[in-house]
Write a protein that binds this ligand. Structure first.
Ligand code: NAP
Length: 479
């Protein structure tokens, strides 16, 4: 069945003259036909959001919180349907899709709670007749652009805090995953979000929509999750109107296994976080540094675990690795693997595209372990976004922190050690926004997520995630 996907503007489900197709990346089958929005639609959506801001921003935090609670409940009630759709549209295995829906719902709950805690403060003045009061107010209309790899949680990570703060929003989801976005909007509408407060523009060409978001004077904030290249371009364009920006961009996570670490435990962690979402997560390790003393045991464990991972359609029981997003992703990975092999890396398993039988019409790459990787290779610098684990040996003579920091990215990093001082020193010296210490999942709606350097600006989730959508206003009283 092909799903018909409209946009959502000013409380109405709107079709467009043109549509574009959405395919299942595991089968190549068309699953949706979605409205192809243009600049007129984007402008209408921004103007609807602008009009709705006047009343929405004056609602109480308690009433906004109540709507977010209802949305949280509705998302949990619809968890299995949303997960099944996500698997069809994005490809990840059903269990991972259900975990993502839970993570997405966590943001609705967290910001339903935080909405009521946008405390201001009073500040003592040097003048006896003066009093300072600081308040937080919503920034205004927010334009949000989201990626395909986490098609529901990346939406709620922006929508929930924006709504909690009292902002109105226009969202453009990724071209390959608009159906998940449409379902989220249906739930928010059912939860009671008023007309105009949230708007959804789907489009096959993102650039004209991005232009409206960056240029329309009513948009006061642009929040983007996606690649560093696009994030930089949008930041430049948004700077013309001096709009606030939040940028959640690419990563190139180092995964350091010190010589005192348990190599089996570390290899288990690496196998789980590297192959998360078929390696298509911004926090996936891209350089796995392992001390020479424990290299053999680490690599043996990693390889044997990876060889057991079943690749296939995420809708099938027992599949651990789903398809990649598209042909371009396969070509990029093949290029990195071939380059590494040409420059001396060894392929211990995988290393090639999967074709034939059930793989014929999808985008599948076999989970791969590369050893002997060094800094001359493309994979050492470029984000892979695929199921390839590059292992780089190091020894006591190497400055491992400098090696790990040798990237323009700065999103996630991982450290495996049993030594407290090594762990703490690493956390202090690594230039990354999120660091897992013997932990492969240092993320939660309650914890600030975001990168340093070219991995982005700002934080999502946590207390910080709400302040990204608020202005700080100072009032000085003379009494
Ligand atoms: P992308 O190509 O940058 O696309 C992200 C979003 O931006 C999509 O909605 C895309 O639309 C849109 N877009 C592309 N060009 C645009 C333009 N000129 N103007 C306006 N919008 C534009 O990234 P992606 O391939 O979807 O996502 C993968 C990247 O996201 C990776 O680098 C990953 O590390 C990063 N990511 C970061 C985080 C984080 O929290 N830091 C989380 C997830 C992913 P179309 O789909 O129509 O092209």
């Amino acid at each position: 069945m092909v799903i018909d996907g409209p946009m959502f503007i000013d409380g109405e489900w709107v079709k467009a003259e043109q549509t574009f197709e959405v395919i299942n990346p595991a089968t190549g089958v068309v699953i949706g036909s979605v409205a192809d929005g243009n600049q007129t639609h984007a402008t209408q959506a921004v103007e609807a959001a602008h009009k709705a801001f006047a009343s929405w921003s004056r609602t109480t935090a308690h009433s906004r919180s109540a709507i977010l609670y209802r949305a949280w409940q509705l998302m949990l009630d619809n968890k299995s349907e949303l997960a099944a759709l996500m698997t069809r549209e994005q490809g990840k295995p059903l269990k991972a899709a259900a975990n993502e829906v839970q993570y997405a719902a966590d943001f609705l709950l967290w910001f339903a709670e935080e909405a009521k805690r946008t405390y201001g403060e009073t500040i003592p003045s040097a003048r006896p007749d003066q009093r300072f009061i600081v308040q937080h107010q919503p920034v205004g209309v927010v334009a949000a652009i989201t990626p395909w790899n986490y098609p529901i949680s990346m939406l709620t990570r922006k929508l929930a805090p924006a709504l909690a703060a009292g902002c109105t929003v226009v969202v453009k989801p990724a071209e390959s995953t608009p159906l998940c976005a449409i379902e989220v909007f249906k739930l928010l509408q059912e939860a009671g979000v008023p007309a105009g407060v949230i708007n959804l523009i789907t489009a096959s060409d993102p650039a004209p929509i991005g232009k409206v978001f960056c240029e329309h004077p009513a948009v006061r904030k642009l929040t983007f999750t996606g690649s560093t290249a696009v994030g930089k371009k949008l930041s430049q364009d948004a700077a013309v109107g001096l709009k606030r920006v939040s940028m959640e961009l690419g990563g190139h996570a180092p995964f350091i296994v010190y010589k005192d670490a348990d190599p089996v435990h570390a290899a288990k962690g690496a196998s789980l976080v590297k192959f998360l979402n078929t390696g298509q997560a911004c926090i996936c390790p891209n350089r796995i540094f392992v001390h020479k003393n424990i290299l053999t045991e680490f690599v043996e464990t990693l390889t044997s675990r990876i060889k057991k991972m079943r690749v296939g359609n995420g809708a099938e029981e027992g599949v651990a690795i789903g398809p990649l997003v598209d042909e371009k992703a396969i070509v990029k990975i093949e290029n990195q693997v071939n380059d590494a092999q040409d420059k001396g890396a060894d392929i211990l398993c995988g290393g090639e595209r999967l074709t034939g039988d059930t793989f014929a019409d999808g985008f599948f790459f076999s989970p791969t372990v590369l050893t002997g990787v060094d800094d001359s290779m493309l994979i050492y610098r470029e984000e892979t976004f695929g199921p390839v684990a590059p292992v780089i040996p190091f020894d006591d003579n190497d400055d491992i922190i400098a090696m790990a920091n040798d990237t323009h990215y700065g999103l996630a990093a991982y450290v495996y050690t049993k030594d407290l001082s090594t762990a703490l020193r690493s956390v202090e010296q690594l230039n990354f926004g999120i660091i897992g210490v013997n932990d492969i999942n240092p993320t939660s709606a309650a914890a600030p997520f975001g990168g340093m350097n070219e991995s982005g600006l700002g934080r999502e989730g946590a207390r910080e995630g709400l302040l990204e959508y608020m202005e700080t206003k100072l009032a000085g009283f003379s009494i």
